[in-house]
Design a protein around this ligand. Structure first.
Ligand code: APR
Length: 192
């Protein structure tokens, strides 16, 4: 079990920014930064499948064979078992690849968080943990992502109290500090 460090809390403590491993989070759902194939990859996706075991991939394959034969579109989200992970479910979403969406990246990144939250609510889940979606392999600058994520979560938390805990889990201190420095919680700019 890796050591976790809480870096900051926002919005009456309902949002927690922490340094840790997403796969350690004991919450209703962790959110996977997947790719359209839903068949695994590197980064947090690889960690989830490695630690969660084959049941996750089996469910992903079933989703590809039925609902998403062409792959999961960017900004969409689906839910599977969490297999051997401490979490109950994994919500898989596909983040935008920075520079590949003709300026539509902020909206697509916001959709990853919005759709993951909607899927969690459809399953009556109340605690959820996100990685920094798209800020790794997909190249989204961490400070730009922080602005989109904090505004999106502020908008949603302002109208919905069904979640008791939203964790933003960063793999290292510098990423967490970049997020805190750029976050704009309380702003509800519709542009995101
Ligand atoms: N816990 C928390 N955060 C993690 C973990 C972990 N175990 N592993 C990686 N991260 C962080 C990375 O440091 C990065 O800040 O998650 C963030 C997202 O990075 P990626 O996992 O590379 O995800 P993303 O940028 O969305 O790219 C998705 O990469 O792994 C492949 O299959 C995945 O093709 C997809 C693409």
């Amino acid at each position: 079990m890796s050591v976790e460090t809480v870096v900051d809390r926002y919005l009456d403590g309902r949002i927690t920014v922490l340094i840790g491993d997403l796969t350690d989070q004991r919450v209703d759902a962790i959110v996977n930064a997947a790719n359209a194939s839903l068949l695994g990859g590197g980064g947090v996706d690889g960690a989830i499948h490695r630690r969660g075991g084959p049941a996750i991939l089996e469910t992903c394959r079933a989703i590809r064979a039925t609902r998403y034969p062409q792959g999961l579109p960017t900004g969409e989200a689906v839910i599977t078992t969490a297999g051997e992970l401490p979490a109950r479910y994994v919500i898989h979403t596909v983040g935008p690849i920075y520079g590949q969406h003709r300026g539509d990246e902020p909206r697509l990144l916001a959709n990853c968080y919005r759709r993951s939250i909607e899927v969690a609510r459809e399953h009556a889940l109340t605690t959820i943990a996100f990685p920094a979606i798209s800020t790794g392999v997909y190249g989204y600058p961490a400070s730009e992502a922080a602005s989109v994520v904090s505004r999106t979560l502020s908008q949603w938390l302002a109208t919905d109290d069904s979640f008791t805990e939203v964790r933003l889990v960063f793999f290292n201190r510098s990423h967490a500090e970049t997020f805190v420095a750029a976050a704009a919680f309380g702003a509800t700019d519709e542009s995101a």
